[in-house]
Design a protein around this ligand. Structure first.
Ligand SMILES: Nc1ncnc2c1ncn2[C@@H]1O[C@H](COP(=O)(O)OP(=O)(O)OP(=O)(O)O)[C@@H](O)[C@H]1O
Ligand SMILES: [Mg+2]
Length: 280
């Protein structure tokens, strides 16, 4: 579980920028959250705090029992290596390494043996339907395929949390839907907490909870801190927490929960009724 209390991040460069302004929010384990907002609003900065890539100027960020905001660099490294998988918008694959080797990189800090590393990485590539491309370089893959490898790299360590910055940002049409489906499959199967930054309304509408950040201020669009805010959506994970009982509806990649089948969509004016995020 994440607990953020009065998190402020100020960049002191030639111009001082307050990227996050007293952000407070609780994100329970297993929730799927979308973070929306205008460019420069603070979305990536927030992900960096959640991913232990940076620490706030003031306020506290805790993940489970660890206060990230006060942790030593070695502790932050351990959190990044073990608990958090990150999918970056521009994939961040190493161009000289094959797909398999890129995925294996995530296991290096964990000291996994060469044999196990290969086995686990191959399984992760299979999971994202990229098993037959293990030996390809990133330049030999399409954008959607590179994104799949990046997702495999984030998932191979079996993290507690998956953070994704614009996971469908560079994709269009069917590829976008396939990547979204993959994220939902991983969420269901691995009991992950998934936090996605997105400009894509389809991605946002598929989440249990929608937050918006603009000018560093976090507001709530829909859903709440309680796990399982939306019920019976085609992409929802069942409350039973039994991953085997989860089913992706057949229409999910065509229209998914965005066609109104989920039963509890927000009214189209939801953006206009954003309220300050306050956890009950
Ligand atoms: N390293 C940095 N140094 C100085 N200012 C920064 C730095 N990183 C981000 N900022 C500033 O912080 C603010 C928030 O940036 P952030 O990258 O979080 O926005 P964003 O919501 O992710 O935008 P986008 O949708 O364009 O990716 C912006 O005004 C940006 O200029
Ligand atoms: Mg960004």
């Amino acid at each position: 579980m994440y607990t953020l209390t009065d998190v402020t991040k100020t960049y002191d460069g030639r111009h001082q920028v307050t990227a996050l302004d007293r952000v407070s929010v609780t994100i329970p384990d297993g929730q799927m959250v979308a973070i929306e907002g205008p460019t420069g609003g603070g979305k990536s900065t927030l992900l960096q705090m959640l991913g232990a890539l940076d620490v706030p100027s003031s306020g506290t960020v805790t993940l489970d029992d660890i206060e990230l905001s006060g942790a030593r660099e070695s502790q932050l490294q351990q959190v990044r290596a073990e608990r958090v998988g990150i999918v970056f918008q521009n994939f961040n694959l190493i161009p000289t390494l094959s797909a398999l080797e890129n995925v294996q990189m995530a296991l290096v800090p964990l000291g996994v043996s060469a044999h196990d590393s290969k086995q686990r990485s191959r399984a992760a590539l299979e999971q994202v339907s990229m098993g037959d491309r293990a030996d390809h370089l990133p330049s030999e893959l399409s954008g959607g395929q590179q994104q799949r490898v990046a997702i495999a790299r984030a998932l191979v360590k079996s993290p507690r949390v998956l953070l994704a910055d614009e996971p469908t940002g560079n994709l269009d049409g069917p590829m976008r839907d396939e990547v979204l489906q993959l994220l939902h499959e991983a969420w269901r199967a691995q009991s992950l907490t998934v936090i996605m930054v997105t400009h894509d309304s389809r991605v946002a509408a598929s989440a249990q909870r929608r937050l918006r950040i603009a000018h560093g201020h976090l507001t709530k669009l829909s859903g709440g801190p309680r796990k399982g805010g939306r019920k019976n959506g085609l992409l929802d994970r069942p409350d039973s927490d039994d991953p085997r009982s989860g089913q992706m509806g057949p229409g999910a990649t065509d229209h998914g929960p965005l066609n109104g089948q989920s039963g509890q969509r927000q009214p189209s004016g939801a953006r206009d009724v954003a309220s300050p995020e306050a956890d009950d």
